[in-house]
Design a protein around this ligand. Sequence first.
Ligand code: ZN
Length: 283
Amino acid sequence: MIIDAHTHIHEHADDRLGRPATTDDLLRGLDAAGIDMAVVIPLPGVASNDYVRRQCDRHPDRLAPLYTPEFDDPAHTLAKLRHYAEHHFLHGVKIHPRLQGVTVNDPLVRDVVGFMAERGRPVLFDNFPHGRDLDNPALLPLAYHRLAKEFPTATLVLAHAGGHKVLDAFMVAKANPNVLLDTSFTLDYYRGASVEADLAFVVRRMHAGRVLYGSDFPSCDLGGYLEHTRRRMDELSAEQQGAFYGEAAARLYRLGRESCSPKMSPTSYAVTPTVTADTATTR
Ligand SMILES: [Zn+2]
């Protein structure tokens, strides 16, 4: 089973700029690339939580929505998240610190992390240092080391594996069994740079289950990114491949009918033995 653990859809035609970015475009792309499922992530100003959830509800076998906390309404951020969790299946939340103007140091962000930790659900953070706040240390991979230590029962996923800081993201994941990485976008953005080789090294060195395949569609082409990734990640064991291209995402975000069963207790999502800190190989 292949799962793209990081995709977006565009709610408004004006934003699509002629790019294939609708739900149907996503589904067509999944079919063409032989990808079974996609995790679809809301993005403020691009696609709302409600829109993404409704689109995914139409295709529950193929699409699973994350939820993005609404930090522009801080008095109600937690209440809205709680309301969502009470009425819909909460696969996980995505926080985009650069876009949403928050950092891991904000009390409200930490409250969200605590809320998710209590429920045994993951928090995905954009982690691609870029643009205006490039020099803000609270947005760099190392900022998540302290957060992971302070919330040991929270599961944190660093999207884009830290961008050009990929080795920092790797060291944070090695030091903290509750930190995972996704490999979306970075491989295309840094095509031809040493970052590509570093990311391949990281995926190879991480224990199976600690790193998730994703594309960041529509920024990256679904089939093209998968092909590019397969080419660069050609030294993975069969176990690593199975986990990286689907099993880890299925377990983490509880995808598929069985894993969404209400019978599954919150504790049945746990960091499995393969999802441990890589202390044995750390020197
Ligand atoms: Zn994204």
